[in-house]
Design a protein around this ligand. Structure first.
Ligand code: C2O
Length: 520
């Protein structure tokens, strides 16, 4: 079958995505430096090879292919200290795997919170029977943006690791980007001159033709907030969530959590003009924008459209669990035979340490997949490992004792979302879904790889542990993840051997899993 090959170098650039100059991490390929990274566009089952060279002088890196299951290629999941050693400066790593499943996915650094500084991109896997394959399409990434790098926060919390988490120095909303572009009001800067901030930074513009229907692949690369997304005057027809087709349903706005994807169809049936695309944060209601521009409308035109969006002011800043009814009849939930209960908490109010079942997750010195493969005793004490056997059917009950929601992501597998519900803090502590006779939805439930665990709530997901390996299940908020809100599911079974050139022995003697970013 076909093979797709990419050669990348990860590099800093000094640039101004929202007007303000700073150091950004991007990817260099044959066409130059990119932020967001280049779009990978492959067909399901195709062998993909991405040679990643680390050109950052002082930081290690790794690239994870979010939502790609890596069936029988656990070594390619790209998680530092779990499936590989980090890629050290000047070193490279060859990611080779078969693209699966099909749909809208993304890739990002899985070294600390590095993706927040720009190291991410779209990973599109084509299904040859895709019913929407003939439509023109665009990727739309949304994310928060800051004027300091995530590693600048190392100065604020010391020691940041392993004793406590890393909070961003600018924990409040600063600005937001659509496909790496946004606009910060330069006059808000005290030291503003044209070398620090370019006024009227251009918004992302997506140019469309009147009367045509487009498919937009909306991806949240956010780092703190859930977003409500809308396009003025245009309906959004959702046709897939996290790469899985759903019965099409039409909305005026949708809620997307960090790491999630929505494929939406939009018909350009409004008077030709420029329209705002809007992404509004949960809790703080900060808005960021892009522009949907009908062709023949000049680039200088900025929209004067108004929104029909009133931000969701729901108790839980989570995406609604319904109606994401899928229409793939091949995905019916099995009978789940094992139960894992995960209680999630943080030290309050600072949340610099978070815990799953009372334990703060830490990265092991040796990647846990290597430990498994070599049949050494696993570091359960530090890495919060839960063991499963190949083909176990597992219900995971997650209780959230915290007053914000958490986008939970599972590596190596998709999962059914069987139920979620609010509980008061004390209820959550005592919650027992069997005793409390909570009805779970086994009838065509949503199937995805990232789901919001609502604030002070319980959530039940189910999956079949069919992929031997060492897989992270974690909150996708980088600060929570660094603070320890993670657990590893070790799926025991025959681990396929790593490829010949795989660094199974630590390439350097340094124990530090990450390095400080250098400002250029
Ligand atoms: Cu999107 Cu563990 O990552």
């Amino acid at each position: 079958s076909k093979a797709a090959q990419y050669e990348w170098t990860v590099r800093y650039a000094k640039t101004n995505p929202d007007g303000v100059f700073r150091t950004v991490i991007g990817i260099v390929d044959q066409d130059g430096w990119h932020f967001p990274g280049p779009i990978i566009n492959v067909t399901e089952g195709e062998l993909v090879t991405i040679l990643v060279q680390n050109g950052l002088p002082t930081e290690s890196t790794s690239i994870h292919w979010h939502g790609q299951v890596q069936y029988k290629t656990p070594w390619m999941d790209g998680v530092q200290q779990i499936t590989q050693y980090p890629i050290f400066p000047t070193q490279s790593f060859n990611y080779t795997f078969r693209a699966s499943p099909s749909g809208t996915y993304w890739y990002h650094s899985h070294t600390g919170g590095q993706y927040t500084d720009g190291l991410y991109g779209a990973f599109i896997v084509r299904d040859v029977n895709d019913p929407y394959r003939d439509l023109p399409e665009n990727v739309i990434f949304i994310q928060e943006w800051y004027h300091k790098t995530i590693t600048d926060s190392f100065d604020i919390f010391t020691p940041h690791y392993p004793d406590g988490g890393v909070y961003h120095p600018e924990i409040d909303f600063v600005s937001g980007l659509f496909n790496g572009k946004g606009r910060y009001n330069c006059s808000l800067l005290t030291d503003f001159d044209n070398d620090t901030c370019t006024p009227n930074s251009p918004y992302e513009r997506i140019i469309v033709n009147y009367n045509q229907t487009y498919r937009f692949r909306l991806i949240s690369a956010g780092s703190q907030f859930t977003y409500t997304f809308s396009i003025d005057k245009h309906n959004l027809t959702i046709v897939a969530t996290d790469g899985v087709y759903v019965e099409p349903y039409t909305v005026q706005k949708l809620v997307i959590a960090i790491g999630q994807r929505y494929d939406i169809l939009v018909t350009m049936n409004q008077p030709p003009a420029a329209y705002w695309m809007r992404a509004v944060t949960s809790r703080t209601f900060n808005e960021s924008n892009g522009i949907l521009q009908y062709s023949n409308v000049p680039n200088s035109v900025e929209p004067d459209s108004t929104t029909f969006l009133t931000p969701f002011k729901t108790l839980n800043d989570s995406e609604p669990l319904v109606p994401t009814n899928q229409n793939s009849f091949t995905l019916q939930p099995p009978i789940f035979k094992k139960v894992a209960t995960l209680n999630i908490s943080c030290n309050e109010p600072i949340k610099s340490k978070c815990f799953v079942n009372g334990k703060q997750f830490m990265l092991a010195d040796t990647p846990t997949l290597i430990t498994m493969y070599e049949r050494q005793p696993a570091p359960h004490n530090i890495s919060n490992i839960i063991d499963f056997n190949e083909n176990d059917t597992v219900l995971v009950i997650v209780n959230n004792f915290i007053n914000i929601s958490h986008p939970m992501h599972l590596h190596g597998h998709g999962f059914f979302v069987l139920g979620a519900g609010p509980s008061s803090l004390t209820d959550a502590i005592n919650f027992n879904y069997q005793r409390d006779n909570v009805a779970l939805n086994y009838n065509n439930p949503p199937y995805r790889d990232t789901v919001s665990l609502p604030q002070q709530s319980w959530l039940v997901i189910g999956f079949t542990a069919n992929n031997p390996g060492s897989w992270l299940f974690h909150c996708h908020i980088p600060y929570d993840m660094e603070a320890g809100m993670s657990v590893i599911f070790n799926v025991n079974g025959t681990i396929s051997p790593p490829p010949k050139d795989f660094p199974i022995v630590r390439p350097f003697s340094s124990r530090a899993p990450t390095f400080r970013m250098q400002n250029i």
